[in-house]
Ligand binder design. Structure first.
Ligand code: UN1
Length: 505
C-alpha cells in the first residue's frame, strides 16, 4: 500500500480537511506513487507558526550546550538510517544512489559542526569609552523560522536551515517541496525522534499559493521572525517582496548560471571531468550546476572535442545503479527543461547526440527510458553573450560553451548573466586564479575543481540574482538565526553620558 503522509504540527499529525491531496511520483518510473500527501489548507500554515511561537520560549530556555546534544542525537540517528533515507531520496526524486548517500552525509556533517556550536555561540566583551562601565554582546534567537525548501536536495539543504535554527534556540515551521514530501517526512521523523519538544519543529505540506497566504498571515501576526527560502530566483523575488512588506530580511538561496573558465594552461582532462560532474551530475538540477564553460580560444576546439566524447560516453539511467545521472526531479521540471531546449538557436552547434526525452533504447545504458523522465545530455557550442542560453538558468542536463581571448574578458563574460552563486577556473597560474577570484561576483569560487560540491562548513550563498547576500553553513549562518543584543552595564554609581562624558587622559 502506498504510504500516506500529512503535516505534523505540535507533534501531532494534522489531517487538514480543508486541504487537497498530492501524489509524489517516482520520476524513474512514473507509474509508481511513492507517497500520497495530504496538503494543508490556508489557515494551517499560520496556525503552525502560532504553535511554533508558543513552543519557542521554552526551547530557547534550554541551555545551548544541551540543545547541541539534541543536534548530536539527530546526527547519530541520521547516520544510522543513511541507506534507508538515501534509498527514499533516490526513489522519490531520481537522484543517483551514490549522490543520495553523499546528500545524507552532508546532514551528518552539518550536525557535527553545530553540535559544538552549542558550546560556543560566542558573544563579545567590548571596551567602553567611560570608566567603570562594561559592554557586552549576546546572540539571541530570532524566534520562529519559516523554512521553505526545494526538492533537488530534499534532506541536506533543509538541514542547513533546520540544524542551526534549532541549535540557536528557534522553533521552525518547515514547508518542503511537495514532490519530495516523503523524504522530508522521513527526515522530520528522525529530528523528532532525537528529543525535540513538541511544537519546536513542525512540518507543513502545502502548495505555493497556500504557503504564501499562510506566510503573509503569520508575518502579519508576528509569529514568524525569519524566512529561509531555497528555490528559484522568480519565487525568491516574491518571498523578498513579502518579507520586505513585513520589515523582514529573508535568507534567500536562489538560482545560478555558474561559469567555468578554462585557461590555456589548464589540465584539460581535469577540466573535462569537472565539467561533466557539475554540468550533468543530479541531471544539472543543482543550484551550483555548471551553466556555461568559457574556454580560451587557443584550447577551445580541443576542449570541446574531449568534452563531447566524455558526455557521449556517460551513462544515463536508473538512479539505483551507477549512472552519471537519472531522471528529472518531476514532471514540472521535465516540462520546463523542454522549454529550455527551445532556447537552442540556429547559430548554436549541438555537439552531443540528440536532444530531448529518452524514451526507449537509451544508447548510453541498458534500460528502457519510456516510463521515466530521462533526457539526453546536451552540450551547445557557440553560445553568445546575448543568447537566452547564456543569460538564464537552465535547470537540467544542458551546458553552453563560449570562448574568450583574455582573462579580463572571461571575468566580464562570467559576470554578465547577473547571477552570482558559484564559479570555477581551471589554470596552473596562481596569478590568474587570484585575479579571477577578485573579479568574479560569485559568492563561491573554485580553482581546479567544479562549480558544485560545496562543503558543509564553508559559507554557502550568492549575490545578484542568486540571493540577497545571506550565507548559510558554518559559523556564518548564525547571523541568520540569531540577532545581536548589546548590554551596557554601568557600575560607576553615577549617570555617565555617552559622547558627553568621554574619559580624559
Ligand atoms: C542546491 O542545489 O540547492 O554544492 C545546493 C553543492 C551541494 C549543494 C547544492 N552541496 O552542489
Amino acid at each position: 500500500m502506498t504510504r500516506q503522509i500529512s503535516s505534523v504540527i505540535g507533534g501531532k499529525p494534522a489531517d487538514d480537511a480543508s486541504g487537497t491531496t498530492y501524489e509524489s511520483i517516482n520520476p524513474a518510473r512514473t507509474s509508481e506513487v511513492v507517497a500520497g500527501v495530504r496538503l494543508a489548507g490556508e489557515a494551517t500554515f499560520a496556525w503552525a507558526c502560532g504553535v511554533a511561537s508558543a513552543a519557542q520560549r521554552e526551547w530557547a530556555a534550554v541551555p545551548a550546550p544541551v540543545r547541541g546534544r539534541v543536534i548530536a542525537s539527530i546526527g547519530r540517528l541520521v547516520e544510522a538510517n543513511t541507506e534507508t533515507l538515501a534509498r527514499l531520496v533516490t526513489a522519490e526524486i531520481g537522484k543517483p544512489y551514490a549522490e543520495a548517500l553523499g546528500e545524507v552525509r552532508e546532514i551528518v556533517d552539518t550536525c557535527d559542526f553545530f553540535l559544538g556550536e552549542g558550546r560556543r555561540l560566542y558573544g563579545q566583551t567590548v571596551p567602553s569609552e567611560m570608566p567603570d562601565k562594561s559592554l557586552f554582546t549576546f546572540r539571541v534567537p530570532v524566534g520562529v523560522a519559516a523554512v521553505i525548501t526545494a526538492g533537488n536536495f530534499p534532506v541536506a539543504v533543509p538541514s542547513w536551515y533546520l540544524v542551526p535554527a534549532l541549535l540557536c534556540g528557534n522553533a521552525v515551521v518547515w514547508k518542503p517541496a511537495e514532490y519530495a514530501a516523503a523524504s522530508a517526512h522521513a527526515l522530520y521523523r528522525l529530528f523528532a525522534a532525537a528529543g525535540l519538544p513538541d511544537g519546536v519543529l513542525n512540518i507543513v505540506f502545502a502548495d505555493g499559493p497556500t504557503t504564501f497566504a499562510g506566510l503573509d498571515a503569520a508575518l502579519g501576526e508576528g509569529t514568524v521572525q525569519k524566512v529561509g527560502f531555497t528555490g528559484s530566483t522568480a519565487v525568491g523575488r516574491q518571498i523578498g517582496e513579502l518579507c520586505g512588506r513585513h520589515l523582514q530580511s529573508p535568507c534567500l538561496e536562489l538560482g545560478g548560471k555558474n561559469p567555468m573558465v578554462i585557461m590555456p594552461d589548464a589540465d584539460l582532462d581535469l577540466a573535462v571531468e569537472g565539467a561533466l560532474f557539475s554540468g550533468f551530475g543530479t541531471a544539472g538540477q543543482r543550484c551550483t550546476s555548471l551553466g556555461t564553460v568559457l574556454v580560451h580560444e587557443s584550447v577551445h576546439n580541443e576542449f570541446v572535442g574531449r568534452y563531447a566524447r566524455a558526455v557521449a560516453g556517460a551513462s544515463v539511467g536508473d538512479p539505483a545503479g551507477e549512472v552519471l545521472y537519472g531522471p528529472m526531479l518531476d514532471q514540472r521540471f521535465a516540462e520546463r527543461f523542454e522549454q529550455y531546449l527551445g532556447w537552442i538557436e540556429p547559430h548554436h552547434a549541438v555537439v552531443t547526440g540528440p536532444t530531448g526525452r529518452i524514451t526507449a533504447g537509451n544508447p548510453r545504458g541498458d534500460f528502457d527510458g519510456a516510463d521515466g523522465l530521462y533526457y539526453h545530455p546536451v552540450v551547445v557550442d557557440g553560445v553568445r553573450p546575448h543568447d537566452r542560453l547564456f543569460l538564464e538558468e537552465t535547470f537540467g542536463p544542458i551546458v553552453g560553451v563560449a570562448s574568450f581571448d583574455s582573462l579580463d574578458e572571461a571575468v566580464e563574460l562570467a559576470n554578465r548573466p547577473g547571477y552570482g552563486l558559484s564559479s570555477s577556473i581551471y589554470t596552473t597560474d596562481p596569478r590568474a586564479a587570484f585575479r579571477f577570484r577578485s573579479g568574479i561576483g560569485a559568492g563561491m569560487v573554485s580553482v581546479n575543481n567544479s562549480t558544485s560540491g560545496a562543503e558543509a562548513h564553508l559559507p554557502f550563498g550568492g549575490n545578484g540574482k542568486s540571493g540577497n547576500g545571506s550565507r548559510q553553513s558554518g559559523q556564518w549562518v548564525l547571523d541568520q538565526f540569531t540577532r545581536w543584543q548589546s548590554l551596557n552595564w554601568d557600575y560607576s554609581g553615577r549617570l555617565q553620558k555617552a559622547q558627553m562624558d568621554v574619559a580624559e587622559i
